[in-house]
Write a protein that binds this ligand. Structure first.
Ligand SMILES: N[C@@H](CCC(=O)N[C@@H](CS)C(=O)NCC(=O)O)C(=O)O
Length: 213
């Protein structure tokens, strides 16, 4: 198998951190080329996104959480997606909120403002998709909601989904890294979020791309 990624993009980082937490090593290839993916990769995998896991029989698994779920089933030791039905549902709920409010919020702001994505506000190849200024405002709203919601959740909870580190922490941390890159750091008033961030960014898994944020 091979895991295709793009340093330091946030979505593949979710999978790399997941594997690091599990202590699982997988062959990998960085298919980034400047601000785009390499043409040979886009041709090989038409959804044209990373991460993507290709199995030895050619099966392609895209979407970060689908790939994580595959590895969770293969390596159930050190569970990161919950064991009981309630744990699994709670972790899934918070992971999706981190993705929907946090990561998607930063992506909307980033891709609709950065000059390198002027005609690619979504990962498209072979067609133009111009930036939409209104999405910047919507992204800012999503991100404000993310900070507010997660700060409240982290009051009295050690980690995002409760007492254990899970994939919900990984998606939230990858969001913060991406937000930091875009100068959209956690507002200082969110003390619970700041406390959590200090702790999870010190874990070895946070350094998968050689960066702690
Ligand atoms: N929903 C996908 C999102 C994947 C995604 O958007 N990945 C970005 C990198 S973070 C990408 O492949 N971008 C390609 C491009 O901008 O051309 C997932 O969860 O894996």
């Amino acid at each position: 198998m091979k895991l295709y990624h793009w340093k330091p993009a946030p979505n593949p980082r979710r999978v790399l951190m997941f594997l690091a937490e599990k202590g699982v090593a997988v062959p990998m290839e960085d298919v980034g080329q400047g601000f785009t993916l390499r043409p040979d990769y886009v041709q090989r995998y038409s959804p044209a996104t990373v991460p993507m896991l290709e199995l030895d029989d050619g099966t392609q698994i895209g979407e970060a959480m689908a790939i994580c779920r595959y590895f969770e089933a293969l390596y159930p030791e050190t569970p990161l997606m919950g064991v009981t039905a309630l744990e699994a549902a709670t972790i899934d709920m918070w992971e999706r909120r981190a993705y929907e409010f946090g990561l998607t919020g930063v992506a909307e702001i980033f891709r609709n403002t950065h000059p390198e994505f002027k005609d690619r506000c979504l990962p498209v190849y072979g067609e133009r998709l111009p930036q939409i200024p209104g999405l910047v405002e919507r992204g800012q709203w999503r991100l404000r909601r993310f900070y507010e919601l997660f700060d409240a959740q982290l009051e009295g909870n050690e980690f995002v989904a409760g007492p254990r580190y899970t994939v919900a922490d990984i998606t939230a941390l990858c969001t913060i890294g991406f937000a930091h890159f875009s100068k959209l750091d956690i507002p200082a008033k969110y003390m619970n979020f700041q406390r959590w961030y200090g702790e999870v960014s010190a874990r070895p898994s946070a350094a998968v791309y050689g960066i702690a944020t």
